[in-house]
Design a protein around this ligand. Structure first.
Ligand code: N01
Length: 548
């Protein structure tokens, strides 16, 4: 019979959110914490997504932890945008520097989590039969951590190699001399296509929806920029919290795109195209994400760029996005993506016009043709935002199930907690700005809020906290209202759950911006956790120690 291991707090996931939760719960609150991680190492997203070309689309000086000034100063990023091996190295450095590994159990996938009201304990059961209990459970399970391969007919029949970008083999893949297919043209596909094209004998890309893709303008880190940034890191981090996306250094726009002349607009867009990055474009004018006419001016500019880069005019038209406003699906940053289509051995299949019907023993059959391949890469995305939480059977002993509660879409208070599941905290859950922000900053902000909340409970002799159904309902409606005032819901995006057949179409992230969101979180706390109820510590103390 397996023993039950007892802790003060359990954290599921050792990505950036889970690591920071461990650090703060252990070192600030003095709790006995156990992290359970499915992978063989730390890093979450950066542990699993090892496909060639994988890189962050937020600049490295911003995309890093802000909680320790010494850490900021000692780390040096080689390039403007961190690539996957560098970011993973950085996360490993953080784990070592703060001695975090000793509290993490790797290769441990949690598949059940149950809360017992009588004892005020969460019990987590793992795939390998382990049982862990604690009064506090932090789900740091990630937003893009459940890779998804579409349910193509004949999936098992294909006799060649198959890969998903989100589950890339650690030993790497050699595509030299191979006929390769890539299905999907989101961030992962767009980043990997130019690299695979450099190896493969032929590369055929299956594109269902053309995406808006902007140049990253990556390159070696400008050491002067780095020195300046490091000299003012505290100001940068503080300023980042005052912005919508949690990224500093971009002055907020003051003017509508429709107030500018076409010449002014094009000059500004050209400058932003040359500078690289996505925030820069979204910040060009005040109304790019709220007014379709304003948005159209950027769309037309980008269409012009695609036509000027891609030599075959028919191919260029297929690559021009035409079914959603720019920015309403995650903007993609590239290095040499459109140029790849000028190579003789690279082909594009319009999978909107001729959808994939099936995989065959030799390759892929669309409604128009059959193609033979040695390898197929699925860059087909994730069951985003709710997938990882729904994969764990989360229940309260009164019978409430999170999966059932979320049948029509996620309901949360601030994307941090759910009614009916006391002491279960989510890091950057649905209803928070997480995926619409600099993720590490949002993870830190959530963890800090959770730690302050637990400290408050300890001071006030409270053992359990949960939001009221009303507060949760009101917040979820607010998230919807804010999204409805923008162009975001016009796109069939993973933000809407639209990439998963049968998933409810609900816009999941909070797009009111980091600044507004953080102010709301602080206001809730300042009002004694308004919208939450507490249960007194008659049965359990929060700061328990010892296992078994
Ligand atoms: O996944 P996606 P991703 N037949 O869902 C296509 C983050 N990220 O892994 O658009 C044919 O965006 C699908 O087509 P459609 C980032 O937040 C960040 O690329 O649904 N095609 C789409 O083209 C990003 O947004 C970084 O019509 C099918 C693609 O597969 C998020 O992760 C790097 C299909 C999936 O695109 C997800 O990106 C990588 C089918 N049946 C990822 N089913 C950076 O930091 C799906 N597709 C840069």
């Amino acid at each position: 019979m397996s023993t039950v291991k007892r802790f003060d707090a359990l954290v599921v996931g050792a990505g950036v959110g889970g690591l920071y939760a461990l650090y703060r719960l252990r070192d600030k609150l003095g709790l006995n914490v156990q992290v359970l991680e499915a992978g063989g190492g730390v890093g979450g997203t950066w542990y699993w997504n090892r496909y060639p070309g994988c890189r962050c689309d937020v600049e490295s000086l911003e995309y890093s932890f802000g909680f320790d000034p010494e850490l900021e100063q000692e780390w040096s990023w080689p390039e403007r945008y961190g690539n996957q091996p560098e970011i993973l190295q950085y996360v490993n450095h953080v784990a070592d520097r703060f001695d975090l590994r000793k509290n993490i159990q790797f290769e441990t996938r949690v598949n059940h989590a149950t809360y017992e009201r009588k004892t005020n304990l969460w019990t987590l059961r793992t795939e390998s039969g382990g049982t862990f209990t604690a009064p506090v459970c932090v789900m740091a399970t990630g937003n893009l951590s459940v890779p998804r391969v579409p349910d193509f007919r004949g999936l098992e029949d294909f006799e060649g190699e198959t890969y998903h970008t989100g589950l890339w083999p650690h030993e790497g893949v050699d595509f030299n001399g191979k006929r390769v297919a890539v299905i999907g043209t989101g961030s992962s596909g767009v980043q990997t296509i130019p690299i695979i094209a450099g190896q493969a004998e032929t590369l055929t890309v299956f594109q269902r929806t053309a995406n808006y893709i902007l140049p990253a303008v990556n390159g070696p880190m400008n050491r002067e920029v780095e020195a300046q940034h490091k000299a003012t890191y505290r100001e940068h981090r503080k300023a980042a919290y005052e912005t919508p996306f949690g990224i500093s250094g971009y002055p907020p726009p003051t003017k509508s795109a429709l107030e500018a002349t076409p010449e002014e607009r094009n000059a500004l867009y050209e400058q932003k195209w040359q500078d690289g990055g996505q925030i820069s474009f979204l910040y060009a004018y005040t109304d790019i994400l709220t007014n379709d006419d304003a948005n159209k001016t950027v769309r037309e500019f980008v269409h012009g760029k695609i036509r000027s880069i891609v030599k075959d005019p028919n191919l260029a038209e297929t690559l021009c996005p035409n079914d959603h406003p720019i920015g309403t699906k995650r903007l993609v940053l590239d290095t040499g993506y459109y140029e790849t289509y000028n190579k003789q051995h690279v082909h594009l299949v319009n999978a909107r016009k001729a959808p994939i019907e099936a995989l065959t023993p030799n390759g892929i059959r669309t409604t128009e043709a059959e193609y033979a391949f040695d390898a197929i890469v699925f860059a087909t995305g994730f069951d985003a935002m709710t997938g990882a939480l729904k994969e764990i059977d989360i229940r309260a002993t009164d019978g409430r199930s999170l999966t059932q509660d979320w049948e029509a879409g996620p309901y949360t208070m601030l994307g941090i907690m759910c009614a009916g599941f006391p002491n279960m905290f989510m890091i950057t859950g649905p209803g928070s700005p997480g995926v619409k922000s600099q993720m590490i900053l949002s993870c830190e902000q959530h963890v800090d809020w959770i730690v302050d909340c637990l400290a408050y409970m300890r001071e006030n002799n409270q053992a359990a906290i949960e939001p009221t159904d009303k507060a949760q309902h009101d917040w979820t409606m607010h998230v919807k209202d804010v999204a409805d005032a923008t162009l975001y819901p016009m796109a069939a995006s993973w933000y809407m759950g639209a990439n998963i057949p049968g998933k409810p179409r609900v816009f999941m992230p909070y797009v009111g911006g980091v600044k507004r969101y953080k102010a709301k979180c602080e206001d809730v706390a300042a009002k004694g956790y308004e919208g939450f109820t507490f249960a007194a510590a008659d049965k359990q103390e929060l700061a328990m120690t010892g296992d078994d």
